[in-house]
Design a binder for this molecule. Structure first.
Ligand code: CDP
Length: 226
């Protein structure tokens, strides 16, 4: 029997990627960070100096010029642009600021769909993003919707990036940026961020990282009898 697909969707800073990575490690599955694909295309368009106001009209053939692919690498997938493995390039403030509007474009979402489905075709996958449970893997055996209080998410994001606690002003600014991105991701017409039907909501505001991993593994065990 094919091992299950587990989806983790949720807003920015809810801890999806780190949690998904650890859940995958504990289960011996592979982790897919779908946001990295959207970030990779954002990075590619910026690097190719395609003016931002042209992004909205890019036809499929124009996207096909960018050889973005997922390559299995142990417990994860590397995201490649041609031969280049993308890593830190995906997390620059410029990419973070532009990834959400790009992700709202139906042509972009359709273009990236196949690579994501391919990654899950043999199961044994923990996939995190915004539409994993609703669009990409609607038949996933386990669907989780991760949430956390906005300020908590902003604080985590800041700490992760700057390796220090934010001041009150910095926290406010970070929360504003996150909130704007969430609004955009939730209100777009195509594959908006929302809880998939049948998804279990896990609020991580008051959970330690270890606890949230445990809670999710518990749901996986119950739902898949593993
Ligand atoms: O790590 P964080 O939650 O901040 O972002 P991410 O998962 O790297 O995703 C970056 C952006 O890509 C999101 O804000 C969405 O606009 C978009 N995205 C999406 O539309 N669908 C996905 N499945 C994953 C990401």
């Amino acid at each position: 029997m094919r091992p299950p697909v587990i989806t983790l969707d949720g807003p920015a800073g809810s801890g999806k990627s780190t949690t998904a990575r650890e859940v995958a490690r504990r289960l011996g599955y592979r982790h897919l960070d779908s946001g990295a694909l959207y970030r990779a295309l954002t990075f590619a368009l910026l690097s190719a100096k395609i003016p931002k106001d042209e992004w909205v009209n890019l036809p499929r053939e124009a996207l096909d010029r960018f050889p973005i692919l997922l390559r299995p690498n142990g417990p994860r997938f590397d995201v490649l642009l041609g031969e280049r493995v993308l890593e830190a390039e995906l997390r620059t403030p410029e990419v973070t600021a532009l990834v959400s509007p790009l992700s709202a474009l139906p042509a972009v979402r359709d273009w990236l769909l196949e690579a994501q489905r391919e990654a899950g075709k043999e199961g044994g996958l923990v996939a995190d993003g915004r539409d994993m449970g609703t669009v990409v893997f609607p038949d996933a055996e386990v669907k989780i919707f991760l949430t956390a209080d906005l300020r908590e998410r902003a604080a985590r994001r800041f700490l992760e990036r700057e390796s220090r606690q934010p001041s009150a002003g910095e926290l406010r600014l970070e929360a504003e940026k996150i909130e704007a991105r969430d609004k955009r991701d939730s209100s777009r017409a195509h594959a908006p961020l929302r809880r998939a039907s049948g998804a279990i909501e896990v609020d991580t505001s008051f959970l330690t990282f270890e606890d949230q991993v445990e809670v999710i593994i518990g749901h996986v065990k119950t739902l898949t009898k593993r």
